[in-house]
Design a protein around this ligand. Structure first.
Ligand SMILES: [Zn+2]
Length: 361
C-alpha cells in the first residue's frame, strides 16, 4: 500500500475555519475529495435478569492489541441473564482495537485520574466513568491480555488477577481474587498457565506501581467505592481461543461469587468459544458518493472527481466492523483527500478488504 504521508491531506479540523470563509471552503473542496467516516461508537450492553441480584460490569478493549480480552467481553453480550444484571463495554478503545495497537493515542489505562478534554480518548474515558458512576455496579472486571506469565516472573503482567490492595474499604479483594484463582487453577495442569494473584498495593505509599493510580480499577475503588479487579490472560498463550477461555474461566468464578447467573452458562460458552470466534460472516460496507449509495462486499477502487464527497455510511458483519486508513491520522473522521487514499474495512484486528479512492480532476 502506498503511503502518501500526512502532508498530502488537509486536516479535518481546518474545515471549521473554512466555514467562516465560504469562498475558501469552496476553493478547498475543489482541491480534493471530502471523506467522511463514521465515528467509533462506544459500545455498551445492559442485560437485566428476570430475578434481581448483583450488577457486574465487564470492560474489554482498553488496550487495543488484547483480543482475548475484548473477544471474551463480546461473547458475554450474546447471553441472557437469569439473575442479576450484566453490563458489558467490550471495545472501550475501538480505534486501537481496529489499529491493533495497545493505545493509538497513548495508554488509555493511564487516563482515569486526569485527562485533557483535547485528548482523542477523552469521550471514551468519560463514557466509561459515567457508566460506572450512574449504574454503580457491585463489581467491575477490567479484562486484559498481559505480557508473559506472572508465575514465572513477577515483573510480567500476563496470566494473573491484579488487585490494588489486599483489602479496601471493607472489600476483601485478596480473598475474592484467591478464591477465583484457586477454582481456575484446579483445571490447569501447566504450571506457567496457572493464575496467581498480583497485588500492586496501589494505595500504599511505598507501592512499586504508583502509575496504577491512573488506572480504571483505581478509579473505581478510590473515586466510586466500587470493588474492581484486573483479569489478565497472557499474550503468550498459544491461541486466541485459549486466551478467551481463560477470561471466561475467571469470569465464571467472579459471577458465581456475586450470584449472577447467565444462560447459556459459562461451561457452555467455554466449550463453544472456537465456534464463536470462527463464525463465518458476510461483511459489507455501504458507501455514499455525492449522495448515491453503493454496497460492496470485497475490495474495490473508486475514481472520484475533485469536489466530491465520499462517505462510509454503514457496515454489516459484526459489532467489530468499522473502517480505518493508515494513510492519515486515524483520529480523523472528516478530511480532504487530494490524490489517493487506501482504507481498510476491518473486523477488530482482522482486515476484511481494502477500499481505494483515487481523486481525478
Ligand atoms: Zn492491557
Amino acid at each position: 500500500m502506498e503511503n502518501l504521508g500526512r502532508r498530502e491531506f488537509i486536516v479535518g479540523a481546518l474545515s471549521s475555519l473554512f466555514f467562516a470563509f465560504p469562498k475558501r471552503a469552496e476553493a478547498a473542496r475543489r482541491k480534493g475529495v471530502r471523506v467522511k467516516l463514521p465515528p467509533f461508537p462506544f459500545q455498551e450492553t445492559v442485560i437485566t435478569g428476570k430475578k434481581k441480584g448483583k450488577r457486574i460490569l465487564v470492560v474489554g478493549g482498553i488496550h487495543g492489541n488484547e483480543p482475548g480480552a475484548y473477544k471474551a467481553a463480546d461473547i458475554l453480550r450474546t447471553v441472557e441473564v437469569e439473575e442479576g444484571e450484566l453490563i458489558v463495554a467490550p471495545r472501550s478503545n475501538f480505534l486501537s482495537v481496529l489499529a491493533n495497537v495497545r493505545g493509538y493515542n497513548g495508554d488509555m489505562n493511564r487516563k482515569f485520574a486526569t485527562l485533557s478534554p483535547k485528548d482523542p480518548d477523552y469521550p471514551y474515558v468519560e463514557k466509561l466513568k459515567e457508566l460506572i458512576r450512574e449504574l454503580r455496579p457491585d463489581v467491575v472486571l477490567s479484562l486484559h491480555d498481559g505480557y508473559g506469565f506472572h508465575i514465572l516472573n513477577p515483573r510480567f503482567w500476563g496470566q494473573c488477577i491484579v488487585i490494588d490492595e489486599e483489602n479496601f474499604n471493607g472489600y476483601p479483594l485478596g480473598k475474592i481474587a484467591r478464591e477465583v484463582a484457586r477454582a481456575v487453577n484446579e483445571k490447569v495442569s501447566r504450571r506457567r498457565w496457572k493464575i496467581p494473584v498480583f497485588n500492586t498495593r496501589t494505595f500504599s505509599p511505598d507501592t512499586k506501581h504508583p502509575e496504577q493510580r491512573k488506572s480504571l480499577t483505581y478509579y473505581c475503588l478510590s473515586k466510586c467505592n466500587i470493588p474492581a479487579f484486573c483479569l489478565e490472560a497472557s499474550k503468550q498463550l498459544p491461541t486466541l481461543e485459549t486466551k478467551v477461555r481463560f477470561h471466561l474461566l475467571m469470569m465464571k468464578e467472579f459471577f458465581k461469587i456475586y450470584g449472577i447467573k447467565i444462560k447459556p452458562d459459562f461451561d457452555t460458552l467455554i466449550s463453544e468459544t472456537g465456534k464463536f470466534l470462527e463464525r463465518k460472516r458476510i461483511y459489507t460496507a455501504r458507501i455514499r458518493i455525492n449522495g448515491r449509495e453503493v454496497e460492496i462486499s470485497s475490495g474495490k477502487t473508486f475514481k472520484v472527481p475533485k469536489g466530491s464527497t465520499f462517505e462510509f455510511v454503514a457496515f454489516h458483519g459484526s459489532e467489530g466492523t468499522n473502517v480505518i486508513s493508515r494513510d492519515v491520522n486515524m483520529n480523523w473522521r472528516n478530511f480532504l483527500v487530494r490524490r489517493r487514499i487506501s482504507f481498510e474495512v476491518k473486523d477488530d484486528f482482522k482486515r476484511i478488504f481494502n477500499v481505494r479512492l483515487i481523486v481525478t480532476s
